[in-house]
Structures are given as structure tokens and as C-alpha cells.
Design a protein around this ligand. Sequence first.
Ligand code: HEM
Ligand SMILES: *[C@@H]1O[C@H](CO)[C@@H](O)[C@H](O)[C@H]1NC(C)=O
Length: 506
Amino acid sequence: MLFTLALLGVALLLAYRFYHNIYTYWARKGVPHERPLPLIGNLKGIGTKYHFRDVNQRIYDKFKGKAPFAGMFMFLKPTALITDLDLIKQVLIKDFHYFQDRGAFNNVRDDPLTGHLLTLEGEEWKSMRQKLTPVFTSGKMKNMAGVVVDVGHRLADAMDKEVEAAKVEEGDVEIKDLCARFTTDVIGSCAFGLECYSLQDPNAEFRQKGRMIFEKPRHSAAVQLFILTNGKLAKKLRMKVLRDDLSNFFLSAVKNTIDYRLKNGVKRNDFIDLLIELRAEDQEAVKKGNGIDLSHGLTLEQMAAQAFVFFVAGFETSSSTMAFCLYELALQPDIQEKVRDEINRVLQGGEMTYDALAEMTYLDQVLAETLRKHPIVSQLLREANQTYKVPNTEFVIEKGTTVAIPVHNIHHNADLYPDPEKFDPSRFEPEEIKSRHPFSYLPFGDGPRNCIGLRFGKMQAKIGIVSLLQRFKFGTSKLTEIPLTLDPRSPTLGTKYGIHLKVERI
Ligand code: HEM
Ligand SMILES: *[C@@H]1O[C@H](CO)[C@@H](O)[C@H](O)[C@H]1NC(C)=O
């Protein structure tokens, strides 16, 4: 008994020393920091009461202008939250070679679809990024625009049905799900080569699976956040993030499409075609006996993982952007009318094209302001792969430290954007943009590891919005929330109760 008690005492002491050692890290370095709590670090209330942007807001407000970065802890992980825009530029661009990786979780061995561009590191990431870059050029976007325009017509038809059904409810339509069905069909078609029909059928299989990724994760919000912020540890513990049924579904979807295309010689100029080309190249290398370099995306699982990330990173981000945009336009009918006028002036009743989109400069401003006010990815993450001396200071960011860039909080800083809660597309007139610090706007990140799908994301969001604005007028209904309630559990910027608007045919 006494022995057990003594053991327990020693264990407690060791645990205390362990946590004490971890959590005094920033204090020992003399870095301005927030005091952490055991285990949770500075993320108290995350996923239940607070979203990441709320946690960061408190720290950002406390340290901005006073220190180039603030020390904090995401659970056990020391994290440097950068508040200074010049330092952000150093990290994302000038000193990128220190900060190439995100330190995000991947566990290819147990969870094959996690080995994708967003999470790969080091040389593996570099070669995969190089291989995938050519598929996202504006030339390729132009080729794919036709597919997106077609799905846009189906989006407007689906909206028409919703409007018909909504007559009984005084015109109220929940638009977020509809937008997600649109981007699901677009990306399903471009990344998986499949007609998903989720616009016609809200419960189509692809849409259900897509919904599950975000709404029925494998773990609770706390565990998910732990994995997100302590990727290396989670990998050692051999944790998984994807549900097995989801993994199997996406793996077989890709496998079937590839088999079909190879067998029937089908080519569609989409993401899947490029992945097939990568595979073929490396098969040659294998035959010549050069060995297999696993970083070259040659296995079926690696191909499936890339298609999967196009889907995950592409459908929710773009559909949320569309929905937030329509929401803001519903609240400000004069801006809505101005966008519609521009659309009608450019198209003159004709069909939409990639070139026509480029002429819609006001629409571009409206989308930019949407992502300023509602950045779907609320913070950017990087991890120092070697110790970094912070320029013009005494501080260092040590190897293995996470670097967080609080995009949402920068976008809502009144010194950069006066009256930040106001939706005002004139903020993105060329002179206005020039007058701001270039790193005050980061909805797609920046530098060599920025969003690879930026052009595609903007294109599909714009085509979707144009298709809807041509045929429908948006306003507020009894169910429209002002302001919107955000879901603290959502890893991106998501609303808790969807987005309800009054929609009428024009
Ligand atoms: C409006 C829509 C979108 C938004 C707001 C968005 C935002 C972002 C952001 C903030 C990042 C991190 C950048 C950084 O760390 O510097 C990112 C990365 C990424 N996005 Fe997007 N994205 C969008 C659409 C898309 C689409 C449509 C695709 C694919 C078809 C895509 C694929 C990716 C991938 C693969 C990465 C990881 C890139 C890498 O690590 O090399 N995104 N996105
Ligand atoms: C850190 O990443 C850069 C960029 O890939 C690389 O050149 C460098 O060798 C890495 N350093 C270490 C210590 O791994």
C-alpha cells in the first residue's frame, strides 16, 4: 500500500515536471506569451465554446503591435502566433525554406488517403507539388470551365425546384447545402470523373460521403484538434482521421475511374487524367529498374489521396464562399443589383465563358471582400524545420515549433480594414489594395505553399454565383440570421444553422 502510494507520488511528480517543463517553454525563452493550462494549453473551450478564430482573437488583440509574435500552446505544442505582417512575409516567402511544412498529420501506413498535398512534407511534398502544378494553370482552367458552366445550369434548375417548394415557407431556402451540392458535382466530375447527381438528388452517394467528412468525423472535436495540432505525436500513436468506410469509398471510386479510363482510352482533360499521366511515367521508371520513389505519386493509393484532397479542400471551401457571398448580397440589395448589372452587361444574354468571367471585375471585388470578411481557412500553419532567428529581434523560433498566421484576425483588424464587420467591395478597388500591406489579405495563403486550387476555387464559386444571380433575387427571410451563428466545431468557417435566404425568381 505504502509502496503503491510512493509510486503514485513519484508518477505525479514526474508528470508535474514534464508539464512544467513543456509549459514554461516560452517563459524560459523570454518570449511574450499567454499562460497555458495543463494539457489544453491555450485552447480552452476550443470546439465547444470557441472556434480557432476566437481563441486567436484574444491572443492577437493582446500582442499585436507589441511583439512580432506571441508564444502560445496548442495542447502540448509550442506555437508562435505571428502578428507582424512583415514577419509573415518572411515566413511565407523570403525564408520559406525554414517553413516548408505544416507539421500536419499524415499517416500513410494506416490511413492511406492522408498522404496528400496538404499534409505531405519535405521532398515528398516538393515533388508532388511540382507534378500537380501544371494541372492548375489558367489554360487548364479554361478547358474545365465548360464542365463547370454545365453544372451551373443544373444548380439554377435545382434552385428553381427549391423556390417552388419554398412557396409554402414564404420563399425561404437554405442555400448552403445547395451550394455544396453544386461544388460536389463540379469536383466529383473534375477530380473523380464521375457524374454525382447530387444537385438532382440531395442524398446522392457522393454528397452523403462529402457531408460525412465534415459532419460525422471519426473523432470528437477535441481529438480532431489534438491530431491537427500535434500531428507527429498522433502519427506515432498510429491514429487515423478518416472513417474506414469513407476511405474505402474514395479509394474504390478512384480505382474504378482509372481502370475504366485506361481500358476504354477515355480522356477528359481533368485532374484524373493528369494523375493517370503521372502514374504512367513512373511505371516506365519501374520497368527500367530505377526503383520506386514513393514521393512520385505512382501508387493507386497516392493517386487516390490527391483526388481526395481536391475534393476535401475544394468543395467545402468554395461552396461556403458562395453561400457567404449570397448572404452578403441578400443583405445589401444595391450591391447585388450592381453585380447583376455587370453580369448582364458582359454576357449580353450569351453563354458564360472563362474569358467573360475575367471581365467581371466588380464580381471579383465582391468575392474578394467575401473572403476578407469570411476567410474559410481561419489560420495558416507552418512548422520550422530548423531553428530560425527572427529578423531584427533577439528571439528565435526553434526547430519543430508550429507557426500560426491568424488570417481571420488580420482580416478583421480595424487598423487595416476600418469598420471590419461592414461588407464593402470598394475595399478591393486597385488603389485601395495598393494602399494596404500586401500581407494583410491571405484567404488562399501565400508563397510556394499557397492554395494550389486558387484559380479553380474562384472560378467555380463565380460561375455558381453568376448562374444564380441571372435567374434569382436574394433577400432576407424570417429565418435569416443577422449575424450568422458560427459552428465552433467546424475546422473551417462554417455556420451552425446553415444560411437561410428568401429567394425569388426574376
Ligand atoms: C474558395 C475556395 C478555396 C479557399 C478559400 C482555399 C483556401 C486554401 C488555403 C488558405 C490553403 C492553405 C494555404 C497556405 O497554407 O498558405 C489552401 C491549400 C490548399 N488548397 Fe485550397 N482553397 C480553396 C479552394 C481549393 C480548391 C478548389 C482546391 C482543389 C481543387 C484546393 C486545393 C488545395 C490544396 C491541395 C492545398 C494544399 C497545397 C499545398 O500544401 O501545397 N483548394 N487552400
Ligand atoms: C528544411 O526544408 C528545406 C526546404 O525543403 C530544406 O532545403 C532543408 O534541407 C530542410 N532542413 C532540414 C534541417 O531538414
